[in-house]
Design a protein around this ligand. Structure first.
Ligand SMILES: [Zn+2]
Length: 162
C-alpha cells in the first residue's frame, strides 16, 4: 500500500469528491442519506460512476463498484479495462481502514482489470459545512485478490480415464 497517486488517480479522486458532494446534495434534498459510491477510470480515459443500491431485499443489494463496472460495460465494451477504481464510503469519524470491495466485487474488478489496476479507498464525512475527505488508501487489486478464481478453460476437453 502506498499513498503516491499518479496524475490520473489524482484526477479521478478530484472527480469523485465533486461527484460525491453533487449526489449527496440530491439525495439529502430527497430525504435520502449518504451512501457508498464508486468511480472508475477505464483505459479509454472515461470515468464511470456507481452508487450502492440498497434494496429492501438484503441479498438484492447492488454494490457501488459493480454498478460502476456495469456502466463501463454499458457505454464501452467488455474489452475495457479498469485502470483505477475509487471506493468512497461515508463514515461518522476517520477509521483506521476504509471499506474495501466485497469478495464478488474483488473478482469483478480483477476480471475487468489488469495486474496494474489500483483500488483507492476513500473515507468521507458529512459535516455541518459539507463533506470532507480525510483519508485515502491506495492498493492494487492484487493486494485484495492475490489468488483469483480462474477456472482453466479446456482443462477437461481431452480427458480420458487412464
Ligand atoms: Zn461488492
Amino acid at each position: 500500500m502506498g499513498m503516491d497517486l499518479n496524475s490520473e488517480e489524482k484526477m479521478l479522486v478530484e472527480y469523485a469528491k465533486e461527484a460525491i458532494v453533487k449526489y449527496n446534495k440530491i439525495r439529502h434534498a430527497n430525504g435520502g442519506t449518504d451512501t457508498l459510491y464508486s468511480f472508475l477510470l477505464s483505459d479509454s480515459g472515461k470515468i464511470h460512476e456507481g452508487a450502492c443500491y440498497e434494496s429492501n431485499l438484503a441479498h438484492a443489494t447492488v454494490c457501488g463498484e459493480r454498478h460502476a463496472i456495469a456502466n463501463m460495460i454499458l457505454q464501452e465494451t467488455y474489452k475495457s479495462r479498469i485502470k483505477s477504481i475509487v471506493v468512497a464510503d461515508p463514515v461518522p469519524e476517520v477509521q483506521e481502514r476504509g471499506t474495501p470491495p466485497c469478495g464478488t466485487c474483488r473478482h469483478l474488478i480483477w476480471s475487468q482489470g489488469t495486474s496494474e489496476t489500483t483500488v483507492i479507498l476513500m473515507q468521507y464525512i458529512q459535516g455541518k459545512e459539507g463533506w470532507t475527505f480525510p483519508k485515502l488508501e491506495k492498493y492494487t487489486i492484487k493486494d485484495f485478490y492475490p489468488l483469483p478464481y480462474e477456472p482453466k478453460e479446456g482443462l477437461w476437453d481431452n480427458w480420458q480415464p487412464k
